[in-house]
Design a protein around this ligand. Structure first.
Ligand code: NAD
Length: 491
């Protein structure tokens, strides 16, 4: 590829950034440099926010039914360019082409749901709250909103928010991850092709300096963030201090429980996909498997075999089941956590460090890794690894497993594998996490449901997607009206 330095899209134009700093964008499988991303300064955030603010005055007056016509067009353009967008995701992010297509499909589904805005955005009313007095609740847009996105889903995550924001009459700024900015660049060419009025959508590349300018800008009224928990916490407090509406989806350490009555073949396949799919770089990746009672040995053996058989390589190549991790730093960090696990007493059942992948020897690969006998209180039991590493823990009962999960500070996802309805209900009822899977390994809510992280995995109130997004991107206005009979004209 080699596309030089990326441009921002502000006020309907592609603009060269005046940034003094830029960062390389790499293909993590080949380590080829794909381009440079500018660290846009505060002046460029200001330009985007001002353009968005001016555009919003007109955009909010466009009837919802007309606003969604741009989204219908966007859906068809995303479908037209589906293959090339998916390839771009794989090239910059490392996941397999199948995984890239899956995330793109999820992005499109959010566009589809947002097309229901003329219904979803409706308020409610009641006649005669007192004699002759009526009360109505109207939803109005918040103004200018922005998303700060992580690297692991370059296409999907901005779509958890942007289509709803636009459909509700807001204008928007996207700040993609500096590690994977190419996909959004392509998406913005499609947004341009829809003919959206200038200033309605804006793309500002950058890193911390750019984010801080977004957080502090007085014209940006709402912030959506997805990324690691320490940054989520920082963004939540800084944006809230500025009086903004803010939702921050953070990191995770997702447990799954395997009961002795689970279907072992199905469970193993699903848990392996969850732990090693997207090279473990999913906020819904299974990270700890708690085996209960007699299933311990059989599950350990089966998951070890599956992990060893996984085909690792460049995601565009045929038959590849797992790609690299995002950067060399990430690779080294994962190596360090594996070392730490063994120092804390876990047994390295499968060691995926330092693999040699033919043709991609320099790539940032870590093969599936399994640590057995992880101790409940150890650092590795509570640290988000964000790599293809599964820890195994063994307990005697479902109660013990649920209690361990509930002691964790994380709350993004928890899953149970069982054939017992009673166990499933108990788990669903008692476990403290926001996304629950029963015989499901990646409990990713569909676009019409909220992406419901809890605890350290989420800071805020309203989550991304579906009705939560509609509430987040609108403010309620209540009108109380009295029209005395004596004021009616007689015609
Ligand atoms: P990250 O927190 O490093 O970066 C996310 C975004 O924040 C990027 O756009 C980055 O430019 C910006 N950023 C980074 N450091 C910053 C700082 N100090 N100040 C201001 N802005 C900063 O996350 P990542 O490595 O890109 O993504 C992986 C993380 O995202 C994992 O922890 C994963 O669990 C999480 N994640 C969560 C969800 C969810 O729905 N809960 C979904 C996907 C990913």
């Amino acid at each position: 590829m080699g596309i030089g330095t990326l441009h921002n899209y502000i006020d309907g134009e592609w603009r060269v950034s005046g940034a003094t700093e830029s960062m390389p964008v790499m293909n993590p499988a080949t380590t080829e440099e794909l381009g440079q991303v500018p660290v846009s300064p505060a002046t460029e955030v200001d330009r985007a926010a001002t353009a968005a603010s001016v555009a919003q005055q007109e955009w909010r007056r466009v009837p919802p039914q007309e606003r969604i016509q741009y989204l219908f067009k966007l859906k068809s353009l995303l479908e037209r360019d589906f293959e090339s967008l998916a390839e771009t995701i794989t090239i910059e992010c490392g996941k397999t082409l199948k995984e890239s297509k899956g995330e793109l499909q999820r992005a499109i589904e959010n566009v589809e749901v947002a097309c229901g805005i003329p219904t979803l955005m409706q308020g409610y009313n009641l006649e005669d709250i007192a004699q002759g007095i009526d009360e109505i609740m109207i939803r109005q847009p918040v103004g200018v909103a922005a998303v700060i996105a992580p690297f692991n889903f370059p296409a999907m995550i901005p779509f958890w928010f942007m289509p709803y924001a636009l459909a509700c009459g807001n204008t928007y700024i996207v700040k993609p991850s500096e590690k994977v900015p190419l996909t959004m660049e392509k998406v913005f060419h499609l947004l341009e092709e829809t003919g959206l009025p200038k200033g309605v959508v804006n793309l500002v590349h950058g890193a911390k300096e750019t984010v801080d300018a977004i957080l502090d800008h007085p014209q940006i009224r709402a912030i959506s963030f997805v990324g690691s928990s320490p940054v989520a916490r920082y963004i939540y407090s800084r944006a809230a201090e500025q009086g903004k509406r803010v939702q921050c989806q953070g990191g995770a350490k997702n447990p799954i429980i395997v009961l002795p009555d689970a279907d072992l073949e199905m469970t193993t396949r699903i848990v392996a996909d969850s732990a090693f799919g997207c090279a473990g770089q999913r906020c819904l990746a299974a990270s700890i498997a708690l085996t209960v009672g007699s299933v311990r040995d059989n599950f350990r053996e089966a998951i070890a075999t599956t992990a060893t058989e996984r085909k690792v390589g460049f995601g565009l190549d045929e038959g590849i089941q797992m790609g690299p991790v995002i950067t060399q730093n990430s690779q080294q960090r994962i190596h360090g956590i594996i070392d730490r696990g063994t120092q804390e007493g876990a047994e390295l059942l499968i060691d995926g460090r330092n693999p040699s992948i033919p043709g991609y020897e320099k790539g940032y690969f870590v093969r599936p890794t399994i640590l057995d006998g992880v101790n409940a209180g150890s650092a590795i039991a509570g640290t988000e690894i964000f790599g293809p590493v599964l820890g195994l823990m063994h307990v005697d009962s479902l109660d013990e497993a649920i209690s361990l999960i509930n002691q964790s500070p994380w709350g993004n996802m928890a899953c149970l594998f069982t054939s017992s309805g009673g166990s499933a209900r108990k788990f669903r009822y008692e476990v403290e996490a926001g996304n629950i899977g029963i015989n499901i390994g990646v409990a990713a809510p569909m676009a019409f449901f909220p992406f419901s992280g809890w605890k350290e995995s989420f800071f805020g109130d309203l989550h991304g997607q579906g009705r939560h997004a509609v509430e987040f991107f609108t403010q309620t206005k209540v009108v109380i009206e009295r029209w005395p009979k004596t004021w009616s004209r007689q015609f």
